[in-house]
Design a protein around this ligand. Structure first.
Ligand SMILES: Cc1cc2nc3c(=O)[nH]c(=O)nc-3n(C[C@H](O)[C@H](O)[C@H](O)COP(=O)(O)OP(=O)(O)OC[C@H]3O[C@@H](n4cnc5c(N)ncnc54)[C@H](O)[C@@H]3O)c2cc1C
Ligand code: HEM
Length: 399
């Protein structure tokens, strides 16, 4: 897996036409990051110690046990700063994160403290490699990133049209399999203003102050209800609690929507959707949204899983395909296990499947799933000649 989590391609390198100052800044950041990287755990501990000393009020934003945070915020910060040479990807995401972070009620002092803590912890890990040039590079990158987020927060506050966060009440929770649950949440006051294909930062009552991203599997509905598919990750702090202990009546909290995944009905081009795991949810939401029109581009939905049992949404998608002639569902599994080959189901990873078939260069492509699957699929698509501008997947900075 690359550490360049915002997007698998291109790798960390400034574009050839990047201004000299950006190239130099990135060189300092990258070289020093490679030196600091082996001490990432120490860096994270130092960061939080400094942050909570400089801004004690920040402590109550984080989980009671910092083990549960596991350095995710400092990792997200470092990833953002290492991507300042890719403003086309980074700036829209930072603007959305700025709106999302309104849920924390951050003040400028929090951003200042986080910047000082980050530089202080890098200095602590780098020792003599922390030169004035290296310090300037990280400080400039942090200033750029923090400014975009704070401006977006200020703009949202000035507009005054959306709350800082939304709440909803669980109306339904049932298991789709032993490790997978469907949860339907009804809005308490305001419906979350998301677009089909976006994702939300969610806090559940069983795990206060531990925010996780979840993607609604439905397009926005008149009643504002949201359907989530949550898979319990072994050893995870939040997902097993959601799958095992969520009850109707639980109140969930949501941050502002994030992400840009979506289909362009007006482009006239056919669409290839490639989804794996619960990454299929935002693509289902896009299909659900398209279902409002009779006339749609041709959509080929490649739905991948390790095993046949992983394709939990196949019945629902096949049902949609049966009534929507523009939709074709293409199931792909890595292993057939005891079942043996299943008619109509291809063997391989989604990346192998899209590389085998095609061509796809006429298509708009949407990819969603675990980071490795996105990475492999995007690489395979590029290998078959699809132009990068036609490939749409959500960049994120998460751990
Ligand atoms: C944009 C986006 C959208 C998402 N949408 C959904 C969704 O709709 N439904 C859903 O169930 N999840 C979704 N996720 C994943 C979700 O946000 C959490 O990361 C996941 O539920 C694990 O959280 P946790 O607290 O249980 O595990 P953590 O406590 O965060 O992690 C525990 C351990 O498990 C590892 N781990 C974390 N996630 C995975 C994984 N997926 N597979 C294997 N190991 C893992 C971690 O590296 C860590 O070692 C989405 C993630 C992103 C980035
Ligand atoms: C300056 C730029 C910042 C960026 C790019 C950024 C980015 C992010 C991202 C991507 C996440 C989600 C992480 C995940 O789920 O894996 C996150 C969560 C969070 N951020 Fe920020 N953030 C910034 C500043 C801050 C500041 C200044 C604070 C407070 C001092 C803060 C507090 C938090 C908290 C409390 C969480 C939730 C942590 C958890 O659930 O464990 N962030 N941030």
């Amino acid at each position: 897996m690359t550490d360049d989590r915002i997007s698998p391609v291109p790798r960390l390198a400034p574009p050839r036409d990047a201004p000299q100052a950006v190239t130099v800044m990135l060189e300092h950041i990258e070289t020093s990051w490679q030196l600091a990287r082996p001490y990432a755990d120490d860096l994270a501990q130092h960061f939080y110690r400094l942050l909570f000393t400089l801004a004690p009020s920040a402590r109550e934003l984080f989980p009671v046990s910092m083990q549960a945070d596991n350095g995710r915020v400092v990792r997200a910060l470092l990833r953002a700063l290492r991507l300042v040479h890719r403003p086309d990807d980074l700036v829209p995401l930072l603007k959305q994160l700025g709106r999302d972070h309104r849920k924390f009620g951050l003040r400028p002092a929090h951003y200042e403290a986080a910047g000082t803590a980050l530089l202080g912890s890098l200095k602590h890990c780098l020792g003599p490699a922390w030169t004035p040039e290296v310090e300037r590079a990280w400080a400039e990158a942090y200033t750029l990133v923090a400014r975009v987020m704070q401006d977006a927060t200020a703009q949202a506050e000035a507009e005054g049209t959306t709350p800082a966060y939304w709440t909803g009440t669980v109306a339904e929770h049932h298991r789709l399999s032993w490790d997978l649950a469907l949860v339907r949440v009804e809005p308490d006051e305001w419906a979350v203003p998301y677009r089909a294909g976006q994702y939300l930062s969610v806090e559940v009552p069983q795990r206060p102050r531990l925010w996780r991203y979840l993607s609604p599997a439905n397009a926005p509905r008149p009643d504002g209800s949201l359907e989530f598919h949550v898979r319990a990750v072994e050893g995870g702090w939040v997902s097993p609690a959601v799958v095992g202990h969520t009850r109707p009546g639980d109140v969930w909290t949501f941050g502002a929507p994030l992400g840009t995944l979506g289909a362009d009905r007006e482009s006239g081009r056919p669409v290839l959707m490639v989804g794996g795991g619960t990454g299929v949810a935002p693509l289902q939401a896009v299909v659900d949204d398209l279902g409002r029109w009779v006339d749609n581009p041709e959509v080929t939905f490649c739905y991948g899983g390790r095993h046949w049992d992983d394709l939990y949404a196949l019945d629902q998608l096949s049902g949609l395909a049966a009534v929507n002639p523009w939709l074709t569902v293409w199931p792909v599994v890595e292993r057939f296990d005891d079942t043996g080959p299943i008619p109509g189901v291809e063997q391989g990873t989604p990346a192998e499947a899209v590389a085998r078939w095609g061509p796809w260069h006429e298509h708009d492509v949407l990819v969603s799933g675990p980071p490795e699957m996105i990475e492999e699929t995007v690489a395979a698509l590029l290998g078959t000649g699809v132009h990068p501008s036609r490939i749409n997947y959500d960049p994120f900075l998460s751990a």
